[in-house]
Structures are given as structure tokens and as C-alpha cells.
Ligand binder design. Structure first.
Ligand SMILES: Cc1cc2nc3c(=O)[nH]c(=O)nc-3n(C[C@H](O)[C@H](O)[C@H](O)COP(=O)(O)OP(=O)(O)OC[C@H]3O[C@@H](n4cnc5c(N)ncnc54)[C@H](O)[C@@H]3O)c2cc1C
Ligand code: SF4
Length: 395
């Protein structure tokens, strides 16, 4: 697809006229030769209003795929060291909803070693079929080996959509495999919908969270997306397991890898605010780092972890692992208390699905009150000590 110059129609008149016509100065006419440079924005003004036939626009013939060749909504079972990440079960819940629209089966793809227990776990969430690639060499995540197994699954099973958790493993694997199949990948989707023609509508914030972009992949399969942990709810386990497992052959050549694992060193367990049931989140309403003492006291009384907005990370008051929001963590605690937080869209995107939201802000018009279940208009320096006092009394 692109512009074509018919040089036989180029002369001093047509050449100069076109060079003057282009609003982006992308056309040059020198020594009887017309050229289009990288500044071209493909506005097609030269095609429509320039001298007839000198510059034409050639459409590339796109071969349409047969969408009926692709069946199934698949969840990549994110497992490392044999432990399935909980985002997998959340994605299974969404896959079941999406597959029901187009009457497709729900698949899970599991790569690892000693997979039996994990297979049973996946089936217990209502998956129709678990495709398993099992080998000792697959016990730990290896990008190249796992990509080879993943590619075999796509080539032979031809799933229509693949949902991958936006974990370290998922973020590494999904783009690599999507690129092999020249198909698109939408990262960090916050909503997913299915059209009746099997196009997966991948919805995610764009332009700093100011718009929700709806992305589709109308002529490529499989459709790939990643979704962060805690965006969807995990389904209940089914009463009767009806699904089955298919163990696929792992070819020795797939297990070759340029990566040599020398040693696996466990990272010390660190705070994961996504896992917290109760959070006290603090924003720019707090004046100094010393004032956090009262916030800590409140959090301790509630058995809560402390989270924050991005400006507090940027001010080096908190480490990035405490940040909620679009560029931080998505949280869904049972209770979150926000203190001196305005409720910017990028913050709210990461916490709006919390069970109960209590917000304290001195500005009655703060947008955090739009998502809060309970709002306290007041100064945190007065409200927080009062809350601490009441909690202590209640004990
Ligand atoms: C691409 C992009 C990504 C972003 N990602 C994130 C993200 O992941 N997470 C995030 O948090 N932000 C993110 N931001 C920044 C975001 O837009 C906001 O700037 C930020 O969330 C504001 O933080 P805040 O509410 O702490 O501060 P402010 O907006 O300054 O709000 C402070 C609030 O405290 C109240 N207040 C002040 N004093 C008191 C008091 N004594 N008592 C009670 N209330 C008081 C004020 O009324 C005000 O409402 C992102 C921005 C961009 C452009
Ligand atoms: S398509 Fe538009 S930008 Fe490109 S050369 Fe023609 S007039 Fe210039």
C-alpha cells in the first residue's frame, strides 16, 4: 500500500505543481525527477487534487483470513516453578464469558513439569480442555523453550483468542509468540468483549488514561492480549469437572535454548499491595514524610498495608511498589481508605473496583468522591487522629 509516481507523466509543469501542493513539503522536483520523502503523511492531497494520474495510491491486496478456521478462547496458564499464578483463574472466568458469546470452547495452555495437579486445578474452574506440554526441561520458565511449545499449540490447535496474565512471565512470552505469528497484541487490557464474528474487543486506557481505546484485530488470528492481576474476578470452581487434558508431544529440538540457568535465587518476599485486603492510601494531602506516622498508626490498627499516589513515589517518600494506578498496581481490597487524594483518572483506574472505598479530602468537589462509598470532607490532620481515637476506643 502506498503512493506511486508515474514518472512518464512528470514534466516541469506537473512536477513544480505537485511540489508546491504538498502541505508537508514531502514532494521534491529536481532535475526533471519527482520524489516523495519520509515526511509524507499519506494525506493523499496530491492524488486527489494534483495533476491527474501523476501520483496514484495503490491499495495492497489483503488476503482475508477465514475466521472459522480458528476455534477456542485460550488462557495461558502462567506457571513458574510449578505454581500457577492467580491471574490465570481470573482470566479463565473472563474466557468462559467471552467463549459463551461465540459458542467456542475454553482452553488452557499449560507448560511445565509434573503438571497433573495443575491440570486438575485448571479443569476445576470449568476449562473444556487443557493442552499440556510436560518435560523436565520445562520445569522452570525458559523464554525460548516455552515459546516453541506455545507456537506448536497455535499452529496445531488454532485458537481464536489467547488471554495472558500481565506477569513478568506473561509480558515476556506473549509478545514473542505474537510476533512469530505476525498478529497483534494489546497489553494491559482492562475490559474485554467478544463480537459475534469472533473479533475480541480489547479495551484499555490510552493517552494517559484520558480515553478508553477499543482495539480489534479484524484480519489476524490468534488475537493476543495481556491483562493485569486483579482486573477480573476468579470464577467459582465447578461442581462437576467435565473438561479433559491433552498431553502434547514435546520435540527435543524445542528444548534447545541459548539461556543457561545457573542458579535460581528466590527474591525475598516483598509487599504486594495487590494482595492486601485492607489498604490505607495516601496522597499529596500529606505535607511531610514525618506526618506519615499517623497514617502508619491508622494502618496498624486496621491491619492494613500503606499505598500511595504517584507524586509520593516521585518525591521519594515511597518506593514504587506502593503506587496504585495506571502506571502502578491494580488493587481490589475489601476496604481502602484514601487520605488527601484528589482522584485523578490514572489513580482511580487502579482501585475503583475495591470492595469499600472511604475517602477523606478537604475539597468537597474532589473527584475521588465520585467513586467513594463513604466520603469525609475534612482535613486529614484532624480526621485521621479522630479515626485513630475511635478505633482505640472501640477496642
Ligand atoms: C501517563 C500518566 C500515568 C499516571 N499514573 C498514575 C498512577 O499510576 N498513579 C497515580 O496516583 N497517579 C498517576 N498519574 C498522576 C495523576 O494524574 C495525578 O497527578 C495523581 O494521581 C495525583 O495524586 P494526588 O491525588 O496525591 O495529588 P493531588 O492531585 O495534588 O491531590 C491532593 C488532594 O489532597 C487534598 N488535600 C490537600 N490537603 C489536604 C488535607 N490537609 N486534608 C485533606 N485533603 C487534603 C486536595 O484537596 C487534593 O484533592 C499519572 C499521570 C499520567 C500522565
Ligand atoms: S500524500 Fe499528502 S503528504 Fe504525502 S506527498 Fe501527497 S500531499 Fe504530500
Amino acid at each position: 500500500m502506498g503512493l506511486k509516481i508515474n514518472q512518464n507523466l512528470v514534466n516541469d509543469n506537473t512536477g513544480k505543481a505537485l511540489a508546491d501542493l504538498c502541505p508537508f513539503k514531502a514532494i521534491s522536483y529536481e532535475n526533471g525527477k519527482l520524489d516523495i520523502n519520509a515526511g509524507c503523511k499519506l494525506c493523499k492531497l496530491c492524488v486527489r487534487t494534483g495533476p491527474s494520474g501523476v501520483i496514484t495510491f495503490e491499495e495492497e491486496k489483503v488476503e482475508l483470513i477465514n475466521k472459522d478456521d480458528y476455534k477456542g478462547v485460550c488462557v495461558y496458564a502462567d506457571s513458574d516453578h510449578g505454581v500457577i499464578h492467580k491471574v490465570t483463574f481470573e482470566l479463565i472466568g473472563k474466557a468462559i464469558e467471552l467463549a459463551a458469546v461465540i459458542k467456542h470452547p475454553v482452553y488452557a495452555l499449560l507448560i511445565g513439569d509434573n503438571c497433573k495437579e495443575n491440570v486438575n486445578e485448571l479443569l476445576s474452574y470449568g476449562v473444556d480442555k487443557v493442552f499440556v506440554y510436560e518435560d523436565k526441561a520445562l520445569a522452570d520458565f525458559d523464554m525460548e523453550r516455552y515459546s516453541n511449545c506455545f507456537a506448536d499449540f497455535i499452529e496445531n490447535i488454532k485458537p481464536s483468542s489467547i488471554l495472558v496474565g500481565a506477569t513478568n512471565v506473561g509480558r515476556c512470552l506473549a509478545p514473542r509468540v505474537a510476533a512469530r505469528f505476525h498478529t497483534g497484541l494489546t497489553a494491559d487490557c482492562t475490559r474485554l468483549e467478544m463480537k459475534e464474528n469472533t473479533d475480541l474487543v480489547q479495551i484499555r486506557p490510552a493517552f494517559g488514561g484520558n480515553i478508553m481505546a477499543q482495539i480489534i484485530n479484524p484480519n489476524h488470528r490468534p488475537q493476543f492480549c495481556t491483562v493485569r492481576y486483579k482486573i477480573f474476578d476468579a470464577p467459582k470452581k465447578v461442581a462437576e469437572v467435565k473438561g479433559e487434558a491433552e498431553y502434547r508431544t514435546v520435540k527435543p529440538e524445542w528444548l534447545k535454548s541459548n539461556v543457561e540457568v545457573v542458579e535460581i535465587v528466590e527474591k525475598p518476599k516483598e509487599l504486594d499491595i495487590s494482595e492486601s485486603d485492607v489498604l490505607v492510601a495516601v496522597g499529596r494531602g500529606i505535607k511531610t514524610a514525618e506526618d506519615l506516622e499517623m497514617v502508619k498508626e491508622l494502618a496498624d490498627l486496621l491491619g492494613a498495608n500503606i499505598a500511595c499516589t504517584r507524586p509520593l513515589v516521585e518525591a521519594n517518600i515511597f518506593d514504587a511498589k506502593h503506587q496504585i494506578g495506571l502506571s502502578g498496581k491494580t488493587v481490589k481490597p475489601k476496604l481502602i481508605i484514601t487520605l488527601g487524594i484528589s482522584g485523578a483518572i490514572q489513580f482511580v483506574a487502579g482501585m475503583k473496583d475495591s470492595g469499600c472505598i472511604i475517602s477523606v479530602n478537604s475539597d468537597p468537589n474532589a473527584s475521588i468522591f465520585d467513586v467513594a462509598n463513604y466520603g469525609i470532607v475534612g482535613d486529614i490532620y484532624k480526621v485521621v487522629p479522630e479515626l485513630i481515637k475511635k478505633l482505640k476506643e472501640a477496642r
